[in-house]
Every structure is written in C-alpha cells, then in structure tokens.
Design a protein around this ligand. Structure first.
Ligand SMILES: N[C@@H](Cc1c[nH]cn1)C(=O)NCC(=O)O
Length: 456
C-alpha cells in the first residue's frame, strides 16, 4: 500500500533556502543604500559645503516617517492585513522612489533653503526618509517570510544568513563609494552621485527579485492548502497591539534593540570619518576598515544563529554582545589608543558583537509573541529602534560640529576629535547591558524559552 503524504513546500530544503536567498538579495540592495553616503562625508564637506550637522540631519531623516508618522506601525498593520507579497513589493518600490530623490539632491544641488535646511539637504533627507520607510517595512516583511518558511526548523540560522547577506550590502557601501566617486570624477571633481546611481540599479534588481519571490510564496501557500494569503485568524486586530504592548518581555527586547542598534548603525555612518580623523588613515582606504565589520558578521551571524538553534542560550548571547559593545566603544573613545591597527582590531571585535546580539534577538521574538501577531510585533520593535536610528546620528552630528572641531595654530580647522561621540556610543552599551540582564531574568521568571534551542 502506498501512503500519500501532502508535504508543505517548506519541507523541501531547496525551496526554503531558495526563497531565503531571493528575499535576502532584496535586503542586500537596501542595506547598500542605507550606508552609501557614510564614506562620502569628507567629499560632501569639501565639494558640496556640507557640515557635520548637515550630515547628521540627512542620516537622521531615515527615521522621520517611521517614528513621527508611525509608518512602521502602519507597515506592520498592512503586513498582517495584506500579507507579505503586497507589502514587500510596496516596500521595494518605496525604496526606489526615496533613492531617486536622494540621487537628484546630490546630482543637481539646489540653492536656497527649505524650512531652514539647505535645499539639497532637505530634498535628499526627504528621499532618505522615504527610503528608510521602505527598507524598514521590507525588513519586517522579510522577518515574517523567514518565520513562515523556517518555523520549527533552522529559524535562527536562516535569520542569521539573511542578515549576513544584507550586510554584504553594508560592506559594499562602506568600501566602494569613496574610491568609485574619485575614479569616476572629471577634472578633479569627484562624481559623488555615481555610487547612489549604482544603488538605484541595485534596488531595481532587488524589486525584481522580490517579484520572483511572490511566485514562490504563492506556491508555498498552495502546498499548504491556503487559498487566501491572509486568513481570518491572521488578520490584524487592534487587540493584537494591546496584547503585544502589555508584554514585559516585548518591551525588554524593544529597549535592548534600540540601545544596541543605536551603538552600531549610527556608528557606521561616522566610522569612515573616525578612521580619518582619529587614526589618520588615508581617505582612499578609510572605508575599508569599517567595511571589515559587516564582513565579519557575514560568517559569524549564521554561526551564532546555528548555535542558538541547536544549543539555546539566546539571552546569554545578547548579554555577552552588550558587554562587548561597551568595551569596544570605550577603547574607541580612549584618546591615546590611536594606531590604525587598534582600529582594525576593534572593528573586528565590533563585528563579533554585531553578530552575537542580532543572531539571538530576532529569533527570540517568536518565543515571546505568537506568530499571528509577529508582523505587528516586529513593526513595533523597529519603531522603538527607529527613535535611536533617527536621534543618534543627529546627536553625533551636532556634537561633532559644536564640541569636537580642533583648529591649528592659525585658527584653521584641522580635524574632529571623536572622544565625546565615542563616549556617547559607549553609553548605549552600558544601558544595553542593564536591559539584557533584565531580559535574562524575565525569561527565567516567565519561561519564554530564550535559553532553550530553537530546533525541536
Ligand atoms: N530595523 C532594521 C534596521 C536597518 C538598518 N539598516 C537596514 N535596516 C534592523 O534592525 N534590521 C536587523 C539587522 O540586524 O540588520
């Protein structure tokens, strides 16, 4: 007698890892644009008259719509209501529109001011804000997609691999734009917009990749006998948000997220400038050192994710990562430690930190929040995180402009002293340790299972 078993497409290794590869590529394209202007800071100051505060405003715009217009919350609601296909395509398109505006602002600099900001900064920041909305909503959509394919399987490994792939985009963004802008320059004037044009092309490719994923998603649902992407049970309800925000574990994860990521992502915006100003690295190579950070995470995030899947210890991993964040930034702040080798070692250690916490944090959310509320839960966590992603670059930009300019004997600007900004980054590590310890205690009390393996 032959037994017919209806298997879900997620049971096919090829199908689920293939789906992961496709959506991860879309994220890689987004993460490239996220950091593309970081290494261009010295060129923007020299050739376009930007100040550090302008740079801070542009980068903080990432969170404007997400934080003030609650676009992330709406994104989460749309995700839970309309499903991953509609939301992912919309997010990918939003990234393209925002980046086109950024390109326009850099390629065609404008005179005058808008709402007190230089016109080019205002238009470009608006573009970065729109992009930020798109990439964040893409992020929550992809998290939900991964849970859909990998729950009960290699969930943390899959999330780690997605982040690792996305971080290749970050590494590219830190290493490529400065040499590229210089190489494509004409008559000694660098082509600052060229790396953004490259990103625009990548985003279009990312959109096409996501379109491809939508067909895989339909096949998955067909294999599971689901005809409508969003079932009655899965549809968003306001009570879901209330349920999530009443959960102490959720708040601890969200707080840890904003503190930890405020010490990493905004740091990356300034890392190339730090290498030039503190460690005296040549402009042409300065981006290569911070680009080691995402490269390290490419191997280590899946490694720690796999460890969490098999051995557990998620809360402990997050605590260790937070301790390392404090230690690394404290060394970056120490004025006498200014040899570039120290910078390389610290960046590598920061890469380990940046692998530890995300590899345990994101797969821990489904242990605290039921799957049908996951879209809203990730959206709320990203919303809290965006306060930091918005506030920190602005704070550092203003601090650099006001308190860190060092002048030579003739009163001419010589360089930025990064001690104070790095102390501020170290403070995020200290606060993260306190929250990570509280999360570990709460896990023990409530039995979320953060210290238990993910795989059955
Ligand atoms: N909410 C995102 C933030 C982000 C930064 N760059 C692109 N997205 C996030 O935290 N993603 C998880 C990660 O570790 O990258």
């Amino acid at each position: 007698m032959t037994e017919v078993i209806n298997k879900s497409l997620r049971d096919s290794k090829g199908a689920r890892w293939g789906a992961l590869a496709v959506v991860s590529f879309t994220m890689l394209c987004g993460y490239y644009i996220n950091y593309v202007i970081s290494p261009l800071k010295p060129l923007l100051e020299e050739y376009m008259g930007w100040t550090s505060a302008d740079f801070g405003v542009w980068n903080s715009a990432y969170g404007w719509f997400n934080v003030f217009f609650l676009m992330l919350i709406f994104g989460g609601i749309i995700l839970d209501k309309m499903g991953v296909r509609f939301t992912g395509l919309g997010a990918a398109l939003t990234m393209i529109v925002g980046t086109a505006l950024q390109y326009y602002a850099i390629e065609f600099p404008m005179e005058g001011t808008i709402l007190g900001f230089k016109s080019s900064i205002a238009i470009g920041a608006l573009g970065f804000g729109i992009f930020g909305m798109g990439v964040e909503i893409a992020g929550i959509t992809v998290s939900k997609i991964i849970v859909k394919w990998f729950k009960g399987k290699e969930l943390a490994l899959a999330m780690g691999l997605e982040m690792a792939t996305a971080r290749m985009g970050t590494a590219l963004a830190l290493a490529v734009p400065l040499p590229m802008a210089k190489a494509l320059g004409v008559n000694g004037m660098p082509s600052i917009s060229a790396p953004i044009m490259l990103g625009l092309g990548l985003l279009v490719a990312g959109f096409i990749a996501f379109l491809w994923y939508t067909f895989m998603d339909k096949k998955l649902e067909k294999s599971e006998g689901i005809s409508d992407e969003v079932s009655e049970e899965d549809a968003f309800k306001v009570s879901d948000i209330l349920f999530i925000i009443k959960n102490k574990g959720f708040w601890l994860i969200a707080l840890l997220c904003v503190l930890f990521y405020s010490g990493i992502f905004p740091f990356l915006y300034y890392a190339t400038d730090l290498m030039i100003n503190k460690y005296g690295v040549n402009e042409d190579f300065a981006g290569a050192i911070p680009s080691l950070l995402p490269f390290g995470t490419i191997i280590l995030t899946p490694f720690f994710g796999n460890l969490y899947d098999r051995k557990g210890k998620g809360a402990t991993i997050m605590l260790i990562g937070s301790v390392m964040l404090l230690a690394v930034h404290s060394f970056f702040a120490a004025p006498i430690l200014n040899h570039y080798i120290i910078a390389i070692v610290l960046i590598i250690l920061l890469g380990v930190t940046f692998s530890l916490v995300p590899s345990a944090m994101w797969p821990s959310v489904p242990k605290i929040i039921p799957e049908k509320q996951l879209g809203s839960a990730y959206a709320l966590i990203f919303w809290v995180q965006n306060w930091g992603l918005m506030g920190m670059p602005l704070l550092i930009g203003i601090v650099l402009e006001k308190y860190c300019k060092v002048v030579d004997d003739n009163g001419v600007f010589s360089h930025y002293d990064y001690t104070l900004p790095m102390v501020i980054f170290a403070a995020t590590g200290l606060l993260a340790i306190i929250v990570a310890a509280a999360l570990k205690a709460e896990d023990k009390k409530k039995g979320y299972g953060l210290e238990r393996p993910n795989m059955a």
